[in-house]
Design a protein around this ligand. Structure first.
Ligand code: C5P
Length: 246
């Protein structure tokens, strides 16, 4: 493990000494919500999110969606390819929930006639404002070609992620992805296509239990619904079991 390159709200990103094309992501048990104003420690969450992310990244790879995942290095540490992160959060929604419900005054759970994608500009001081692809291109955050690729990858990821979640008895309501430009062994852009990066976990997805409708994701923490630790452990168990049969 080399120097820490980035300290996120709940994860650390480290260089790998001698390998500029690789990074280590350390998943901690910390939880934050509402721009870091709500904080807690959730025992076991770091390991659960690392292992759940590993299963989803491998499911994406099998579906032809390239990711930064290399392998789990230890239970809560993931070895990944280095990428230059595009400063956009890509959200895909299968049903109305969360900020979309609020913004449009719709009931959570309202079905959508087709999945939708939304872009948010990654900026803590601005609270990740909603932007569209024209803003992203006009402001130089991503090229038109990259935005087309991001849309294609996001919807392909949605299909693969919905499938794995459903096999675990979970409906994928919505999720957030990050994407990046891969860096090679010298630490320079390789010019290959974009990779899905960061994490795919109950912190970044909404999962509703297919049988009971119960929330099995970070909304339990955001909304003080209780059973937070137990939910991360349960989603880990169910996703790993489903992945074994994929
Ligand atoms: O809050 P909102 O409804 O826009 O979130 C949509 C999806 O994106 C949710 O699954 C949420 O967990 C995820 N998200 C995220 N990181 C953010 C914002 C949203 O993982 N900064």
């Amino acid at each position: 493990r080399g120097e820490r390159l980035h300290r996120g709200k709940v994860k650390g990103v480290y260089a790998v000494a001698g390998y500029p094309g690789l990074r280590l992501i350390d998943f901690t048990d910390e939880a934050t919500a509402f721009d870091g104003t709500k904080r807690a420690v959730i025992a076991g969450k770091g390991e659960a999110n690392a292992r759940i992310s590993a299963a989803f990244f491998q499911a994406l790879e099998r579906a032809g969606v390239p990711t930064h995942f290399v392998r789990l290095e230890s239970p809560a540490v993931m070895l990944v390819r280095a990428v230059e992160i595009i400063p956009l959060e890509v959200v895909v929604r299968n049903r109305v929930a969360g900020s979309l419900a609020k913004r449009l005054g719709l009931a959570e759970g309202t079905p959508l006639r087709r999945p939708v994608w939304e872009l948010f500009y990654k900026s803590d001081p601005l609270h990740d404002p909603w932007v569209n692809a024209h803003h992203a291109e006009a402001l130089g955050w991503a090229s038109a070609e990259e935005l087309a690729e991001m849309e294609r990858l996001a919807f392909a990821a949605n299909l693969a992620m919905r499938d794995l979640a459903l096999r675990a008895g979970l409906e994928l309501i919505d999720f957030k992805l990050e994407m990046g430009r891969p860096l090679g062994p010298q630490g320079a852009r390789t010019g290959e296509g974009l990779l899905v990066a960061d994490e795919i976990s109950p912190d970044t997805c909404r999962f509703w239990d297919v049988e009971t409708g119960e929330r099995k994701d970070k909304d339990r923490f955001r909304r003080d619904l209780g059973q937070v630790e137990e939910t991360y452990a349960e989603v880990l168990r169910r996703i790993e079991e489903a992945f074994r049969w994929l």
